[in-house]
Design a protein around this ligand. Structure first.
Ligand code: NAD
Length: 364
């Protein structure tokens, strides 16, 4: 591959820099052995940027991201910055503005329960059935988190507050279109979540998704109300393949799917815009409780690269090779602290990175 592909690397805080070191090992293999012309640029974000520049998202970082083809993020935040005003906090001050700035309207989060890790799941074996592989497509920059909201006092009834769920048909259309396309690349099965029996915004959601389904006749579309969906996910998770949700419902459902798989250290996510520009990151946070102990699981960060290869570069085989490598590593019994059970020895962050790298070289 001749064309240069610039990646803005934002290790961030807590375990972010530790797991990013392991991600670099895979990026370097992709560069050397697969001839991907990656160019890496590292920038500060989150708490470390507050300490150095007084802001969670310095201009230099934003400009660096603007001149890149994708962003690979570690994690931000930690107790040191908890007492700052809301809008200055690492997550509020850096991640939300980045999503808005790059119009990252689609959040894609695969939740995979590998058969080797079934005993980590809080669900019973007979409920889990075969392997679980659910992909949540969540609208990320609209809906109730961005609608008008207020908290006030009234003379007659005392204090009150409200939040507004507002969706334009065009916003539903673009996220649904992405979900249908992803469903086509997988098993042609899409479940859209709403509350169309009560909410007007959900009625528009369902109408829009139904209209769009005519463009995708091969995709088997079904609808579930959110209350039923959260039940179905714990009663029979293997019935799901691709799930489409609004911002609020996706926030809930994607964490529920994550919980089923047992460890947050295994889950990666992608946030994309219409031009395949994406921000790729672990689903978990900066894990201050294990920071600096070489205990963090680097798999989520490494799988973020697999998502980058798939969604920003359309390098499907290499992306699948990373997922397959992780499967093989687990099959061989290698575990970090978070996924080891009482009877298993665990290996450290850097050792897991080395083993994944060695096995990835054999896989490609
Ligand atoms: P967290 O995800 O950081 O940690 C929750 C638990 O999961 C902890 O026990 C942690 O040790 C464990 N964990 C997380 N990632 C792991 C990994 N890779 N390997 C092994 N174990 C892992 O959530 P939290 O404790 O609620 O938040 C800590 C900080 O992270 C807060 O400041 C929060 O604001 C921030 N945060 C950042 C992001 C992000 O950067 N996208 C997301 C969530 C939380």
């Amino acid at each position: 591959m001749k064309k240069k592909f610039h990646v803005a690397i934002l290790p961030g805080d807590g375990i972010g820099p530790e797991v990013m070191q392991e991600a670099y090992k895979i990026l370097k293999i992709l560069k050397k052995k697969c001839f991907i012309n990656f160019i890496f640029h590292e920038y500060d974000i989150g708490g470390i940027a507050i300490d150095k520049y007084g802001t969670a998202l310095p201009k230099r970082t934003l400009l660096g991201c603007e001149s890149s083809d994708a962003i690979l993020l570690g994690s931000v935040g930690g107790p040191k910055w908890n007492n700052l005003p809301d809008e200055k906090q690492p997550e509020r001050g850096a991640l939300l503005p980045l999503r808005k700035h790059f119009n990252l309207f689609a959040n894609i989060r695969p939740s995979i329960l590998y058969s080797e890790l079934q005993d980590l799941s809080p669900l019973r074996q007979d409920i889990l059935g075969t392997d679980i592989n659910i992909l949540c497509v969540r609208e990320l920059i609209s809906g109730i988190y961005f609608g008008s909201s207020e908290r006030k006092d009234s003379i007659d009834f005392g204090e009150y507050a409200f939040d507004t769920e507002l969706y334009y048909r065009s916003e539903i259309n673009r996220i649904a279109d992405m979900a249908f396309q992803i469903a086509q690349q997988r098993n042609n099965k899409l479940t859209s979540i709403d509350k169309a029996n009560v909410l007007k915004s959900s009625k528009l959601w369902r109408d829009t998704v139904n209209n769009l389904s005519q463009k995708y006749p091969k995709v088997q579309l079904s609808h579930l109300y959110i209350d039923n969906a959260v039940m179905q996910i714990i009663k029979n998770p293997s019935q799901f393949d691709v799930i489409l949700c609004s911002n609020l419902f996706g926030d809930i459902i994607s964490d529920e799917c994550a919980a089923i798989t047992g460890s947050i250290g295994m889950l990666a996510s992608a946030s994309l815009n219409e031009n395949n520009f994406g921000m790729y990151e672990p689903a978990g946070g900066s894990a201050p409780d294990i920071q600096g102990k070489n205990l963090a699981n680097p798999i989520a960060q490494i799988l973020s690269i697999a998502l980058l290869l798939r969604y920003s570069m359309q390098l499907y085989e290499l992306s699948d090779a990373i997922f397959e490598t992780i499967k093989q590593v687990l099959k061989k019994g290698y575990r970090t602290f978070d996924i080891a059970n009482n009877t298993q020895d665990y290996i450290h962050t850097n050792q897991m990175g080395d083993i994944i790298s060695q096995m990835f070289i054999k896989e490609i």
